[in-house]
Design a protein around this ligand. Structure first.
Ligand code: SF4
Length: 248
């Protein structure tokens, strides 16, 4: 028999002996504390320990060792199925969820689709450490689909684009731009296109006050508030072609 098989067999024997000792203790009507002693003695015997050694001070160490053993805790505690405290190791007991150690929680909306499930974004040391569903949301009530559940990777993953890339007309290479310069370029082009496409009146002289030079096509990741602001901005600029592909 291999040492692993031997060890498993011996562990199983110990468990059986402990159960036997508890049954005996129950039959005799002894207290729980006495039952523990009977169980310990049965286990000590099964492990081949000498009673003399135990009497000379080894019993406390052996009992502590036994009580740290998940099978022992499972058989003698309140977790008979071994799904809770019985199987918690000392190392595991020191763990805490990232949601419990975060400095603050920021409410957000899943960026992926038009369902707009609400998210709690957990931040520690100014870094996103976890993203979970927000149970206060009337839309999703704390749930996220697999895609939304993985959105922390979208924020923190190495593949995330963190710089604006610009390829000028007829250029063959991308250039890096800082965000302020990129925003200025977008604003300049938008105003220029608006001016070039401006229509003051139609062919009959009726007022139009609109531009066909710019348009907006939103995506499913835009939430209600973003769509509201986009519609307001583009309408104020005189655009009439304002759409969103999402229909939820
Ligand atoms: S991608 Fe999933 S989690 Fe995100 S809004 Fe859509 S359904 Fe909700």
């Amino acid at each position: 028999m291999s040492s692993f098989a031997s060890s498993c067999s011996s562990a199983w024997s110990v468990a059986v002996l402990q159960q036997h000792a508890f049954r005996q203790a129950g039959t005799l009507g002894v207290t729980n504390q006495s039952a523990l002693a009977v169980a310990d003695n049965a286990t000590i015997g099964a492990l081949g320990l000498h009673a003399k050694d135990v009497r000379q001070g080894g019993s406390v160490a052996v009992r502590n060792w036994l009580r740290a053993w998940p099978v022992y805790r499972q058989l003698t505690g309140l977790d008979p199925w071994g799904r809770g405290k019985a199987v918690v190791s000392p190392e595991y007991a020191t763990f805490a969820p990232r949601t419990a150690t975060a400095d603050r929680v920021v409410h957000s909306v899943c960026p992926y689709c038009a369902v707009g499930c609400a998210q709690n974004v957990y931040v520690k040391d100014e870094r996103v450490v976890q993203i979970e569903g927000n149970p206060d949301s009337p839309i999703s009530r704390g749930r996220l689909c697999p895609k939304g559940s993985a959105s922390k990777q979208l924020v923190t993953g190495d593949h995330r684009a963190r710089k604006v890339l610009y390829r000028p007309p007829f250029g063959t290479e991308w250039q890096e731009l800082d965000l302020d310069a990129a925003m200025d370029m977008v604003a300049d082009r938008m105003l220029d296109a608006r001016r070039k496409g401006w229509q003051e009146t139609d062919e009959h002289g009726n007022p139009l006050h609109r531009t066909l030079g710019i348009a907006s096509l939103g995506g499913a990741t835009l939430d209600n508030e973003e769509n509201y602001l986009i519609k307001k901005l583009f309408t104020a600029l005189g655009a009439v072609q304002i759409e969103n592909q999402a229909r939820i």
